[in-house]
Design a protein around this ligand. Structure first.
Ligand code: ASP
Length: 421
């Protein structure tokens, strides 16, 4: 009997938690030994394989997708729809973060322990969020590819895809063929890596659980609960409702289609590393064309981060509560706005959201040195929260892709499932 991939992954995760707890207990949070190293290497190998395929996959996928859209007017229309979806879902997420943190007030009375290991200067706060727009244009596309500069790669690929539609027919057909074939080959590599998801997830979960500092979780338990509740509301209620309103399809069908990608997002804490799986699930399981998915997903993984946006907002309100400050309405507005920009500028890698939170704290006038200890404490318990917000980031991208595909008249959605209309 063949067990479905998402069940394999779920079982791997469960075993990973148990094994991780065993290591945690034996070595009191500082695990070592040959067996442990071997298990951890499984996770590392998995992530390296995913990262290996990302740049060529994104490049070929976007070029072949955009070149098949046909004209630049359609690219513009897709771009507008994508932007509207990203903007409003992230805004919703932030408002949820704002509301739950104001209601539960996790920062009031929280005794944040002093964390003298934390060096605020070591944190790269990135430049102004507006610079992201300028930085999108790579000085050298090869360098962008070599350094994994996602926005640069996306920008150049879209440009190249549109230009291919404008060259003379003979060259156009030739180039489309090349890029379609290269993309097919990259997807084959991805298919292979996907078979390894259960093993990779096992290694990653064992590592996370075995080094978790559970004592710290108690001190900031309410804060963690607040963020988790906020993310859960967005994940389980808001996004599925938006999905249903626009597609009239049962969100559970989409959840099933995305299960492996979501668990991978959860265990890698990186939307970027999950991207090959997200693309594959959206195209194979949800039946969206490469034309749409290649446009919406890579961009979404890089700039559309609902979970992160929610977290940035909740985190800053938490910080001000710990410091005993009540933010004015105007300051809360600044938090909402900068949380949105900060989430756009967050790299799709583990814990990046906690780094860009400095953009928001600075915007409302907190000095880095004042908030560094609190953020250091948040960093100590960040992993589980990062897992949830990354999963939400990927969930939102995938939902946006199906909504946009439906609005563009695609009819072949969920080929293997019954769609309820
Ligand atoms: N880890 C998140 C992601 O890759 C970003 C974050 O830290 O919030 O989507």
């Amino acid at each position: 009997m063949k067990i479905k991939l998402h069940w394999q992954v779920a079982i791997a995760m469960l075993i990973g938690i148990i094994v991780g707890l065993v290591f945690q207990n034996i070595y009191s949070g500082k695990p070592e030994g040959a067996v442990y190293s071997l298990i951890v290497s499984l996770g590392t190998i998995f992530i390296r394989l995913l990262r290996m395929v990302i740049v060529p996959l994104i490049f070929t996928s976007i070029v072949s997708g955009v070149a098949s859209i046909g004209d630049s007017k359609s690219v513009g229309r897709l771009g507008l729809k994508t932007f509207v979806f990203y903007f409003f879902t992230s805004l919703f997420a932030i408002l949820i973060g704002l509301t739950v943190t104001n209601i539960l007030e996790p920062g009031i009375g929280a005794k944040i322990p002093f964390n003298d290991n934390f060096d605020p200067n070591a944190i790269n706060t990135t430049s102004s969020p507006f610079e992201i727009l300028i930085r999108m244009i790579p000085l050298n596309p090869f360098n962008a590819a070599a350094t994994g500069d996602m926005l640069g790669i996306i920008f150049f690929s879209i440009f190249l895809g549109v230009s291919i539609t404008k060259v003379k027919q003979e060259s156009r057909v030739f180039l489309q063929k090349i890029f379609n074939s290269l993309f097919d080959a990259m997807m084959k590599i991805t298919e292979f890596i996907i078979k390894l998801v259960p093993i990779g997830v096992f290694g990653l979960i064992v590592k996370t659980v075995s080094v978790a500092g559970f004592a710290m979780f108690k001190t900031v338990g309410l804060y963690m609960l607040t963020v988790t509740i906020g993310v859960a509301i967005h994940f389980f209620i808001i996004l599925p409702s938006i999905y249903f309103i626009f597609t009239r399809i049962n969100p559970l069908i989409h959840f099933k289609a995305m299960a492996s990608a979501l668990i991978t997002a959860f265990s890698t804490s990186s939307s970027n590393a999950t991207l090959p799986l997200t693309i594959r699930s959206v195209e194979k399981n949800a039946g969206v064309s490469n034309k749409i998915s290649s446009f919406v997903l890579p961009l979404g993984a890089t700039v559309n981060m609902d979970g992160t946006a929610l977290y940035e907002c909740a985190g800053v309100i938490f910080i001000s509560q710990v410091m005993g400050l009540e933010l004015t309405l105007a300051q809360q507005f600044v938090v909402v706005l900068t949380a949105l920009l900060a989430s756009i500028g967050t790299a799709a890698i583990p814990s990046a959201g906690l780094v860009t939170i400095f953009i928001v704290t600075q915007a409302i006038g907190f000095k880095d040195a004042d908030v560094a200890v609190i953020i250091g404490t948040m960093l100590a318990v960040d992993r589980p929260l990062d897992m949830f917000r990354t999963m939400t980031n990927v969930w939102s991208d995938s939902i946006g892709t199906v909504i946009i595909a439906k609005s563009e008249g695609e009819t072949n959605l969920y080929p293997e499932n019954k769609i309820e209309n």
